[in-house]
Design a protein around this ligand. Sequence first.
Ligand code: ATP
Ligand code: MN
Length: 353
Amino acid sequence: MQDAHKAQPTTSTRTPRGARSQTPDAAAAATQSVSVRRAPRAGRHVPDAPADADVAGIAITSARRVVDATSGIRKIDVVRYHERASRVLLPHLRDRPVSLVRAPHGLAGEMFFQRHATRAPIPGLTQHEGLDPGHPPLLTIDSEAALVGAAQMDAIELHTWNARAAEIERPDRVVFDLDPDPALDWDCMIEAAAMTRALLRELGLEAFCKTSGGKGLHIVVPVVPLTPETGWEDVKAFARAVAQRLASDAPTRITATMGPEHRKKKIFVDYLRNARGASTVVAYGVRARPGMGVSVPIGWDELAQTTGGAHWTLHNIDERLATVGKADPWAGYARVKQRVTAELTIGLEESGR
Ligand code: ATP
Ligand code: MN
């Protein structure tokens, strides 16, 4: 139990419906669920049960176990997706601390949200000691083997930080998470996303959009630090100012205040994804929700044709991957070099009042 308590800050549980809890018992269960597995040898997973398959050099156990009864998706389908999509996933994962949503008993069972290394490491994941003081190492997924290894260890969702491990105090993107009131038409989301983009453009900033694979959209703004001192607080202040300005521009449609009571018939623009340690599901990452949506980067010209946050799922993602190979809607992302400044934030705060 002592060890389990030690591990408490590293894991929390998530119920199948996505609600969050962080009880010591759940953390203990999480620790146990990983510690019964034997330690890896030379980067390869040595499973307790005989392997059913070998994918990218990783032994896959319980390959045919159904993860999602709704879609019939099995563990091996997630594993093979990670292998197949590694070319598009890895650039978004590499060197970014990652949190995992693990579902050892499928979506119907208890799920674990894991931020740090546990005593039984997931083979292939890179550990970064000292980046999160007082906690075990943070993790990154930097190779195809690590991606497949994560799926072997029942990691379905992969959520990344807004900074790289190499420069952990310098966030290199801002994320706006657009969450609709379930009663709203998807068209309202399209409109709110377009509004967000328009405001960012007014500020001289280019933004990129992806479906969340769940209910909403994520808008991502790549940034480079203005000075070595520009850190998490500055970026969060900017994000808050943008969200509040959107809410003041369209008070009947948008709110920047968390909680369902503020979101009635509105879209919540969540800027809290920009704090140190916060994370967002990776582009091309799978969701641990019925139907198994995938978060997919889209071009702004495609937004109007989307039908929801789970427009793409593990069932139709291959069609999308085929087109991305020819024309990546985020092709320009890496070339964008833009900054958020204190002046921008102050200007927004003054105009938003
Ligand atoms: P949707 O479009 O449906 O809103 P989303 O990806 O925007 O999907 P959630 O899946 O609700 O939103 O996740 C919210 C964020 O909270 C995630 O990015 C993740 O980093 C974090 N998170 C998720 N589960 C937990 C948990 N159990 N404990 C702590 N943080 C969590
Ligand atoms: Mn969301």
